[in-house]
Ligand binder design. Structure first.
Ligand code: FES
Length: 106
């Protein structure tokens, strides 16, 4: 299974393995990683699963849909070039080793 590294805002790192098809949000919630709230449960309606993706993996991510783009504009933490919603990124083989940073607030 692909390995994912989540880094909390305080620098705490978590390495977990996720099954193909799981989302970055699900991986964080299921592994009790702090900082991902996921209020809407993955429906792309809350932006409380905002994450920053390591630059090396940006080109490997699925294209961003318009809904996600709009939700990210309303995220509580600063939106950056590498911002994505964790519930909209599904794990694929190419994402093995991905590093995901969690913003200071959701
Ligand atoms: S969990 Fe609500 S937008 Fe991702």
């Amino acid at each position: 299974m692909p390995q994912i590294t989540y880094i909390e805002n305080n620098g705490t790192e978590h390495q977990v393995e996720l099954p193909l098809g799981a989302t970055l949000m699900e991986g964080a919630v299921q592994n009790d990683i702090k900082g991902i709230v996921a209020e809407c449960g993955g429906s792309c309606m809350c932006a409380t699963c905002h994450v920053y993706i390591d630059d090396k993996f940006l080109d490997l991510l699925p294209e961003m849909e318009e809904e996600e783009d709009e939700m990210l504009d309303g995220a509580n933490a600063e939106r950056r070039e590498n911002s994505r919603l964790g519930c909209q990124v599904r794990i694929s083989k190419q994402l093995d080793g991905i590093i995901v940073r969690i913003p200071e607030k959701q």
